[in-house]
Design a protein around this ligand. Structure first.
Ligand code: GLN
Length: 472
């Protein structure tokens, strides 16, 4: 068994006992990439001739999504407009990883341009494929990170989640993905999509790795004024505590038309398992759920249109040639941004424009509060909320590219979590008859990642789903 197949905590044990060296892990990862990466395309700029010497590795490697700054290492958000951008600094999460002895894998994970998407089909480097079936999408926008972990092309990875971009690809690829509480993890050095929704989080092979990685990247950062100044608990302490006595809410609004029948069966089975393990569950209501998608696509595009204003071709990235300044800006943006980025800039600018601000943006902010209040009410009586991560398993490449609205609806179960700022995980909980993975989503109250890890670990340790690997 190649070292690329092990979890991070298993490899940490082997490194500690000096059974292996960091370069042994890199060697096996590079061998795996040579073998499967031409088919999976989980990495943004992988070239077999670009593989560095594994000798240089100092620690356990981690794969980083292309929108998280890595000093000296290209960070292009899979967009032409950031071509050749090498950040002069590390994102705080990257600096924390380095300080913990983790080394940055020399290739960055593919993603939808600027994290706009649910399928990784919006990357300027082409589509990543789902390791379980190469004709299917890996989900998005962190599809490269999820496919790399699922296909044993990475030990573990970081993604970012604005409306589901960690959890939905984790679900489609059969791995673990956590969107932490807003403010738990610093966003410094994460190229902003929607600043009030974005969080960086782990994509891993099991729950223990997710708990370890969350512990490393969390904590107050003076460089991010929205990061919260409080003690980070030892998340591994929540593992092994079981599910006995936990109160689970099942929101009725998530089990409606549009939920795939096979996904529903798998989720029902998983809930039965948790009951068997001693948890109690009850139907609850999150009455404003139906507004989550429209509210999200107003707020997220409004913030994105403002955040993307900085890409003008002047200081870094792509620049179109022109003798005239305004013309240069226009040509740079017209040629540099992809279709989905332009759609979002137009939608967001419209929602913020005079006369429409009150009707759309301000109203969306008010409804966002109502969505948050729904969660607060349920968490007064329940420890966690469990739902499917996505209404369907992975879909075919090309299936939704012509219909943006259909694509937007694939995040219907993940988006509310970002609007409310709460944490949620997706863990593997079964397969469809065709052999595509299904993810179980567990949500908890703000800063209660411990409960999430506790439930997720209890489920995982009593099932075998996380051990099944795709045949590539
Ligand atoms: N799919 C959603 C979108 O396109 C979420 C993306 C994300 O979380 N970055 O906005």
């Amino acid at each position: 068994m190649g070292l690329n197949q092990f979890t991070a905590h298993e490899l940490m044990g082997k490194l500690k006992s000096r059974e292996i060296l960091p370069r042994d892990i890199l060697e096996d990862l590079f061998a795996r990439l040579k073998e499967v990466e031409p088919r999976v395309k989980a990495y943004a700029r992988f070239k077999p001739e670009g593989i560095p010497s594994p000798e240089q590795s100092l620690g356990l490697p981690i794969t980083i999504k292309d929108n998280i700054c890595t000093e000296g290492l290209k960070t292009e958000c899979c967009s032409k407009i950031l071509v050749n951008f090498r950040p002069p600094y590390d994102a705080t999460v990257v600096a924390k990883l380095k300080a913990a002895g983790v080394s940055i894998f020399p290739f960055k994970a593919n993603m939808d341009e600027f994290a706009f998407g649910s399928s990784t089909e919006n990357s300027c480097f082409g589509t990543t494929r789902n390791p379980w079936d190469l004709e299917y999408v890996p989900g998005g926008s962190s599809g490269g990170s999820a496919a790399a972990v699922a296909g044993d092309e990475a030990v573990w990875a970081l993604g970012s989640d604005t409306g589901g971009s960690i959890r939905q690809p984790a679900s489609f690829c059969g791995v673990v993905g956590l969107k932490p509480t807003y403010g738990l993890v610093s966003r410094f050095g994460l190229v902003a999509f929607a600043s009030s929704l974005d969080q960086i989080g782990p994509i891993t092979k099991d729950v223990e790795d997710a708990a370890i990685l969350t512990g490393i990247i969390s904590g107050y950062d003076p460089n991010d004024s929205t990061s919260v100044n409080q003690q980070v608990p030892d998340y591994t302490g929540s593992l092994g505590k079981g599910a006995k006595g936990l109160k689970i809410g099942i929101p009725k609004e998530y089990f409606i038309e549009g939920l795939d029948a096979e996904v529903k069966d798998v989720i029902d089975e998983a809930l039965n398992k948790l009951k068997f393990l001693g948890a109690v569950s009850k139907e609850v209501s999150l009455p404003h759920t139906q507004y989550a998608v429209p509210v999200y696509y107003i707020i997220a595009t409004a913030e994105a249109s403002s955040n993307l204003a900085r890409f003008d071709g002047v200081q870094y990235g792509y620049r179109a040639s022109s003798d005239e300044l305004i013309e240069m800006y226009k040509k740079t943006r017209a040629e540099g941004f992809g279709e989905e980025a332009k759609r979002r800039i137009i939608l967001g600018t419209f929602a913020l424009s005079h006369g429409y601000y009150d009707a759309y943006y301000l109203r969306a902010l008010k409804v966002r509060t109502l969505i948050k209040n729904d969660f607060d009410a349920v968490f007064r009586d329940f420890d966690c909320i469990i739902t499917p991560t996505s209404p369907t398993p992975a879909f075919r490449i090309g299936e939704k590219t012509q219909d943006p609205l259909k694509m937007y609806l694939s995040d219907i179960y993940t988006i509310s979590v970002n609007l409310a700022g709460i944490p949620a995980i997706s863990i593997p909980c079964g397969f469809t008859k065709k052999g595509l993975p299904v993810g179980l989503q567990i949500m908890a109250k703000p800063f209660d990642e411990e409960t999430i890890f506790r439930v997720a670990h209890a489920f995982e340790q009593n099932t075998e789903w996380h051990k099944i690997k795709p045949k590539l």
